[in-house]
Write a protein that binds this ligand. Sequence first.
Ligand SMILES: [Zn+2]
Ligand SMILES: [Zn+2]
Length: 172
Amino acid sequence: MIIRLADIDDEFVARGEMDTSVFSDLEENHVSLASPVGFELKVRKAGDRVRIEGPIRCVMTVTCARCLDEFSYPMDGYLDVELAPSTSAPQATEFELRGDDLDIYYYEGDEIEIDPFVYDEVLLNVPTRPLCREDCAGLCQTCGKNRNYEACSCDRPVNTVLGEKLKSFLTK
Ligand SMILES: [Zn+2]
Ligand SMILES: [Zn+2]
């Protein structure tokens, strides 16, 4: 979605959806989208500055880090960025001197494209180590069974068995 600043008096609500196909490179992170990405962003002008703020939501399909099952993860993000005209962008040297981490972006001319901001917010909200549930029992390291569904008889940890063998080897 492209916003033309001339069309906005003070405030404007940009509401829409981004199609899942835009997010196909999320699959590298074992994530796919189970719903379009909905956004409802308040766009406010203050002089030549523009603030874009509001919720971004979708449903992701992610892979549990313990049991490798896929599950639905409702993502609830919040975008909050401020933009200034590109003519006011500091030169490289000034930028180093400032040394703060203010999230300021720049726009050119009279138009702001919203999609890249929505896209980045979705990426930022991909869980790094998702768990299908807090107490997910994970996969058995010995037989590979998903212990959320099935108990297995490998209750003796491998390292103990190895430890025993090592002990008998050393005492020979
Ligand atoms: Zn799990
Ligand atoms: Zn097992």
